[in-house]
Ligand binder design. Structure first.
Ligand code: IMP
Ligand code: MG
Length: 185
């Protein structure tokens, strides 16, 4: 069997720029976050809400390091805007399967950029009266933030660059890269 090449693809390789967060660094930090969440929510069954599609990769790794009772559900949202900028006008494409009233809920996101998508999600989910509602984001770009948000758990702060890999896409490509890299364009 051939070995998998480091960039996960032989096509479009030229789009993949500088690696900002390597695979080892990702798994180390995801493990830390899982352990921290397990401590913080001990004795409180937790519901993770993954935001499709980007958070799937992070969420599935994170869950493996959570050693308390935990369930998972997903939401899919579309944010109007260009390929690289969201507008804050958000549409729900897939809603949760279950009610969250009275539950301890943690939103799992791939990246917080302007913060507008997350602001919408916090308002929408908050109105369903969960017992607690917090955010766990793998990446954040503080320089791009348009609204201030409570992000309880953050993996890495990154500079204002458009990144791909580990779930993050550019026009649906590159989610399969095992690291986070800058999009070369
Ligand atoms: P926001 O509403 O501006 O915070 O954008 C949030 C969403 O935009 C994220 O969940 C991603 O899907 C996408 N996004 C923002 N920045 C990046 C990036 O650098 N690479 C890939 N997707 C991004
Ligand atoms: Mg996206």
């Amino acid at each position: 069997m051939p070995e998998r090449v480091a960039n996960g693809s032989t096509e479009g390789v030229s789009d993949v720029g500088e690696v900002l967060v390597g695979a080892d660094e990702l798994s180390r930090r995801v493990r830390e976050l899982g352990e921290e969440i397990s401590r913080d929510y001990a004795g409180r069954p937790l519901l993770l809400i993954g935001v499709l599609k980007g958070a799937v990769f992070f969420l599935s790794d994170l869950m493996r390091y959570i050693d308390i009772p935990v369930e998972v559900d997903f939401m899919a949202v579309a944010s109007y805007g260009s390929a690289t900028d969201s507008s804050g006008v958000v549409r729900i494409l897939k809603d949760l399967d279950t009610p969250i009233e009275g539950r301890d809920v943690l939103i799992v996101e791939d990246i917080v950029d302007s913060g507008l998508t997350l602001q919408y999600l916090l308002r929408n989910l908050g109105s369903r009266n969960p017992s607690t509602l917090e955010v766990c984001a793998l990446l954040t770009k503080p320089e791009r933030r348009k609204v201030s948000l409570p992000t309880k758990y953050v993996g890495f702060e990154i500079p204002d660059r458009f990144v791909i890999g580990y779930g993050l896409d550019y026009a649906e490509r590159h989610r399969n890269l095992p690291f986070v890299a800058v999009l070369e364009r």
